[in-house]
Design a protein around this ligand. Sequence first.
Ligand code: NAD
Length: 480
Amino acid sequence: METIKNYIDGAYVTPQSNEWLDNFNPSNGEVYSKIANSNSTDVENAYTAAHAAFPSWSNTTINERSKILLRIADLIEQNLDKLAEAESKDNGKPLNLAKAIDIPRASSNFRFFGNAITQFASEAHESVGLNTMNYTLRQPIGVVGCISPWNLPLYLFTWKVAPAIAAGNCVVAKPSEVTPMTAYLLGEILTEAGLPKGVLNIVHGTGPKTGQAIIEHPNIKAISFTGGTATGAHIARTAAPMFKKLSLELGGKNPNLIFADCDYDKMLSVTVKSSFANQGQICLCGSRIYVETSIFEQFKNDFVAKVSVLKIGNPADAETNIGALVSQPHLEKVENYIKIAQEEGGTILCGGKRVKVKGLENGYYLQPTVIEIKDNKCRVNQEEIFGPVVTIMSFKTEDEALAMANDVKYGLSSTIWTNNLNRTMRLSKELQAGIVWVNTWLNRDLRTPFGGIKESGVGREGGFEALKFFTEAKNVCISY
Ligand code: NAD
């Protein structure tokens, strides 16, 4: 059985802990590989390699760093099929989705930051009349930690490590122990691309053991984390008193506001995607759907009709729309919310049941589920479920829609469907979210700031925001 080893100092190594976790294939529920469960000695070894590589890497020319990142991007692209198959097997997502989104985006992350770093410049401020010149250095921090979740494994892992190394840092990174395979395979690509050893070290293992050793390491100076809100709060409690820089990209419960004056057909097909893409396991999925009363019944019928024909099945099949959920515990958590919805008086309009896929009877399949609710405050509409479950509810006025959209502890993204420009302007300003999409969803330009407010996180990723996070600004003031 394949073993997922750590990648430290440019080589695959067996963990010092010599402990291994089972890695499951969600499509059939079988263990298909073993994952290193690294301890603090493994993290220390990764840190030591990163620390040793830092003086040289931070002084490597921008051009050379950029070239290496672009080579990594090319190699990811050349290995698209292999990586997509690995991602689909490890995560349960449809192979088509991994081919169209996850792996191309991982390549784009390296390409984007390989290019962005060539445009990232120091600022200068001349204090006119005072014979003084200021210039601001943007220096790499040193050794930084990057920790990522299971839903978009290589996509989100590379979204962090690419800007970190582009900016001249060395990294100790940990992918989710639930989906470690593609980050493991990335090691070979890093070596082939000529990334100097020690610049990017990948350690595997559980959050409380391996992740904890990273966040409490005294010399890992910044933590970039994507994951759940409770984990983010724990990381903040640990790292903030150590004065580490923190970027926390956390959970969401994103509203999707649908007005009668929208482009109905486009709205309907995109809303099916924004509800159920990746089995609803995208932090940006619009899991709370609010529809203007005049089109509520029509929407309900059309939406349920479209959702009911989504094909649930083997992630490897070309026609599959909905693959397997990521794990047995996650499947049980999502099912429990469906039970809670019924106890709270919600009406299941479609879905809600496990699915047995022929030949893959032990896989973690669940029907996409639409729940009509009457109370905005019910748990199923307030807590992040992170699965193929959406709630729908009607609203009468724009003010009512806005109030319900904002009445939640999260603030990651929101989507508005309307052709009324004034309404767009009013709502975009008032919605409590880091990202507002109008008449579109998951439409990403990597230069734009990405992140949430309220309990969806602290800080922004993307473009120069990420490069600023991974550098320290130092102002030099010269009088002449
Ligand atoms: P999680 O918080 O359980 O785990 C995320 C990562 O943190 C994993 O690598 C895990 O091993 C690690 N971890 C856990 N405990 C740790 C600790 N004590 N110290 C250090 N690391 C620790 O989240 P998950 O279940 O993997 O992912 C799902 C969550 O991620 C959802 O809440 C989702 O909304 C969120 N998410 C947010 C974004 C975003 O950009 N805001 C993107 C994707 C996913």
